[in-house]
Design a binder for this molecule. Structure first.
Ligand SMILES: [Zn+2]
Length: 521
């Protein structure tokens, strides 16, 4: 499971030093400390990314912030010069985030609490941080005890562009574009380490302004290069963007990335780009040896699986338990045992946003199949759902608990059945294809599309325009979705809905229907 990459190279900083205007000369300093310091210092980055879940997943086997905290404490013991960084995406999505506590939406509060308790030092803004409303993000900023990098993202104060800020005791502290970490070791070697960020511009809101991430990262690098001994990236970009940026900044030894949810490590020239798995299934430990007088930097990156073999750190575990109780109190109103194992999968069920909004996945299919199975009026010919109802942005693997279906579909809703004419069903399915890339892209069961012939079949037979089909779907898609529900409303369909008071009806909750179906498998 462990993978190691070891790369060493020279920082060719001499060319850029001239541009800084200072008289930075490391040779002079080396003579001053000759008797004491060896000019070599070791430090560690503990790096996670895309972590939304504070509790372990896959029936307790992987992940969990209390285990992350234990590993971090071990690294601190190994080397006190360890910086705990999170490369973005932590405030959303999560099931807990969609629930309410003490009358307020939780919206990532649980994650900030756990990160504070873990001792996270520095984060970079990810696109999912902007899923929140502006005032909710402000609350999370204010609650955080860690530093945030906002290298290329600004907000508006009226018409004026301003940095995001943290408000504490009436003071406003603006989020910086760069971060400097000053360390020294036992023999007196002292260095300043610069870190810049970069945030992908995928979540558009009228209160967010993105600057060009390439330009701003390069600008930040050049500034840091003048003020610090060595510069690293903590980025939240897609891999191809990270690699492009890495090619523009060949003297950065390491980019600690996020956004991609599977662990990956690659190099551009001498630059390493590394990302861990989402939800702390793994973490990266980057051990760095830096030679101050030459700029020679050795990076040894180790991907560490976070499993049940790592003990829980008690303080963080107490926070995880507190929130688990809040979650259970909410869920037991819908199902008796949220933590029951309902199914064991041998292949990961794909609920990643980039998948479910672009192609049919096995998770989309099994959910739709569960709804078809719940049909009570008559046997369903097929089932459909909008991919946007799946908010997991992750894969489900191994033991699937009932709560995992709630994580997958935090918004809930009911299963409806409709009788619809084939010609109208075709319009809906075609619209689903048009919605590729957005939440209105359809997942389905018992439906096939032949893209060459542009032809649909239902249950293996060509879709017949004049035939009436019995279809299961979520009430959101039927009644509220922007592009599909107008077609259904115009189609003069016959509806079969569960009764509001009948909580035993699996159709009363989209998650309940799938859970009951999975238990039969
Ligand atoms: Zn992201």
């Amino acid at each position: 499971m462990k993978s190691k990459l070891h790369i060493a190279f020279y920082l060719v900083s001499i060319f850029i030093l001239g541009a800084c205007g200072g008289t930075q000369d490391t040779m002079v300093e080396d003579y001053e400390f000759e008797n004491f310091e060896d000019g070599v210092i070791q430090f560690t980055f503990f790096h996670i990314n895309d972590v939304y879940e504070i509790a372990p997943l896959e029936g307790g086997k992987v992940g969990g912030m209390a285990r992350v905290a234990t590993l971090y404490n071990q690294l601190l013991e190994e080397n006190p010069n360890t910086l705990f960084v999170h490369a973005g995406d932590f405030l959303n999505p999560s099931l807990l985030g969609t629930l309410k506590h003490e009358g307020k939406s939780i919206k990532g509060k649980q994650m900030v609490e756990a990160m504070n308790a873990c001792g996270v030092d520095l984060v970079t803004l990810g696109n999912h941080e902007f899923d929140l409303k502006k005032h909710e993000l402000q609350e999370r900023l204010n609650e955080s005890n860690f530093s945030w990098l906002a290298t290329n993202v600004l907000t508006y104060n009226g018409e004026k562009l301003v940095p995001f800020h943290i408000e504490s005791m009436g003071n406003r502290e603006f989020l910086p574009e760069t971060f400097t970490w000053s360390i020294f070791d036992e023999d007196g070697t002292e260095i300043n380490i610069g870190i810049f960020g970069a945030t992908i511009n995928s979540t558009k809101k009228d209160w967010i302004y993105y600057e060009d991430y390439y330009q701003e990262a390069v600008k930040s690098y050049l500034e840091l290069n003048c003020e610090t001994d060595v510069v690293f990236g903590l980025t939240h970009l897609a891999m191809n963007q990270d690699l492009k940026l890495a090619s523009m900044l060949p003297n950065v030894p390491l980019f600690m990335g996020g956004h991609d949810h599977e662990n990956i490590i690659d190099t551009v020239g001498n630059v390493i780009v590394a990302k861990a798995d989402a939800n702390a299934k793994t973490a990266y430990v980057h051990r760095i040896t830096f030679h101050k007088n030459t700029g020679y930097t050795e990076v040894s990156s180790e991907l560490v699986p976070i499993t049940d073999e790592i003990e829980d750190e008690p303080n963080v575990q107490a926070i995880v338990d507190k929130w688990a109780k809040i979650q259970d109190e909410n869920l037991t109103q819908i199902i008796a045992n949220p933590n029951e194992v309902i199914y064991k999968t041998t292949v990961p069920l794909d609920g990643r946003e980039a998948s479910i909004r672009n192609f049919q996945t096995n998770l989309g299919e099994i959910i739709c199949k569960g709804w078809a199975h719940a049909a009570s009026a008559k046997k369903a010919n097929a089932a459909i759902m909008n991919g946007g109802s799946i908010r997991l942005d992750d894969q489900l693997d191994g033991n699937i608990l009932a709560v995992d279906l709630f994580r997958a579909m935090p918004f809930g809703g009911k299963v409806w059945e409709i009788d619809i004419k084939g010609s109208d069903l075709r319009k809906i399915l075609n619209q689903g294809l048009e919605n590729k890339g957005i939440g209105g892209y359809l997942q389905w069961y018992n439906i096939e599309y032949n893209s060459g012939k542009k032809a649909w079949s239902i249950g293996g037979k060509p879709l017949a325009s004049n035939r009436t089909y019995h279809i299961c779907l979520n009430d959101y898609l039927a009644a509220y979705s922007e592009t599909i529900s107008p077609i259904i409303k115009q189609a003069n369909v016959k509806y079969y809905k569960p009764k509001d008071e009948d909580k035993k009806d699996p159709r009363s909750d989209v998650r309940k229907a799938v859970i009951e179906y999975m238990k039969t498998l």
